[in-house]
Write a protein that binds this ligand. Structure first.
Ligand code: PMP
Length: 290
């Protein structure tokens, strides 16, 4: 039986289905807030420091005061994991602007709110892992310097949601968002890598990508085993000409790509992809044991 999802709020820990936020919270009214998605194994949150650092950068960029000092957030995570009593799971940590009035001015929201939800989450089916994902190029653009900075992990996900709707309507698994210059930014909820004869290439944050924690882990692991990684602009042309392509995310892990816009890519699971997957599994085992 699936364990009951729990939520940490300042009032305490309760079943997530019973946790409440105000209808006047600007996280709900305006998407004014930030979040992190994390995984834990045993009582160890994977890459916790990197997630907390990204949370702080997102908060800083939105002039959002974190409701607790980082040490307090760490303790809240520990308490929730202990109460959940499972040996692994997924954590969703949100900071909303908090209770305000119906106007959007954040200066009327004196107390940001912290919520942490724990649940089981599997974002990749075994068929996606085996056969690869079918992608489309979305008509929705990920604006870079002209819009919201993609490095902010904000609660406003409408471009991603619209892109995913397009993928659903096309019978595809996931969508790629291009930026205003026509270069690939990322997928709706994952970063993208292509593999070429020269090594791996992933778009830089300046092209509209989130600074993904899994993306960084793949970069570090690849470099450690002597594979070159470039942060460089890529377009659909580069995907069609690549040896292979894969997506990365905390929820999804590493996902091979089978096709883009109905065209099969050259290979699905290359030797390098399998090697990176093994390296990641070894990294996780290593982290748990520490
Ligand atoms: N891009 C977007 C838009 C995302 O929502 C996510 C998932 N958090 C990612 C990339 C992957 O980031 P991470 O590896 O930190 O989960």
């Amino acid at each position: 039986m699936k364990p009951i999802s729990l939520c940490w709020q300042s009032e305490g820990i309760m079943p997530a289905a019973e946790a409440k936020i105000s209808v006047l919270d600007h996280g709900l009214l305006y998407g004014d807030g930030i979040f992190e998605g994390l995984r834990f194994y045993g009582n160890k949150v994977l890459d916790l420091e990197q997630h907390l650092a990204r949370l702080q950068r997102s908060a800083q960029a939105l002039a959002l005061a974190l409701p607790l000092p980082i040490e307090g957030i760490r303790q809240a995570l520990e308490q929730l994991i202990e109460a959940y009593e499972e040996d692994q799971g997924y954590l969703r940590l949100l900071v909303t602007r908090g209770l305000g009035n119906l106007g959007l001015n954040p200066s009327h929201c004196p107390r940001p709110q912290l919520l942490i939800i724990v649940d089981q989450l599997s974002l990749s089916s075994s068929s996606a892992q085996e056969k690869g994902l079918h992608l489309i190029t979305s008509s929705i653009k990920r604006l870079t310097s002209l819009g919201l900075d993609s490095r902010i992990k904000s609660l406003n996900y409408l471009p991603s949601i619209l892109a995913r709707l397009e993928a659903n309507h096309a019978g595809a698994d996931e969508a790629l968002l291009l930026n205003e210059r026509g270069y690939i930014a990322e997928a709706s909820a994952e970063n993208i890598f292509i593999e070429t004869d020269q090594g791996l290439i992933t778009p830089p944050a300046i092209d509209g990508a989130l600074e993904g924690i899994t993306r960084q882990r793949v970069i570090n692991l690849a470099k450690r085993v002597g594979i070159s990684v470039q942060e460089q602009s890529i377009s659909p042309y580069d995907v069609f000409n690549a040896k292979s392509c894969f997506l990365t995310g905390t929820g999804a892990g590493l996902l091979p790509v089978a096709s883009l816009d109905g065209r099969d890519l050259q290979q699905i699971k290359t030797k390098l992809f399998t090697q990176l997957q093994e390296e990641i599994t070894a990294y996780i085992d290593d982290q748990i044991r520490q």
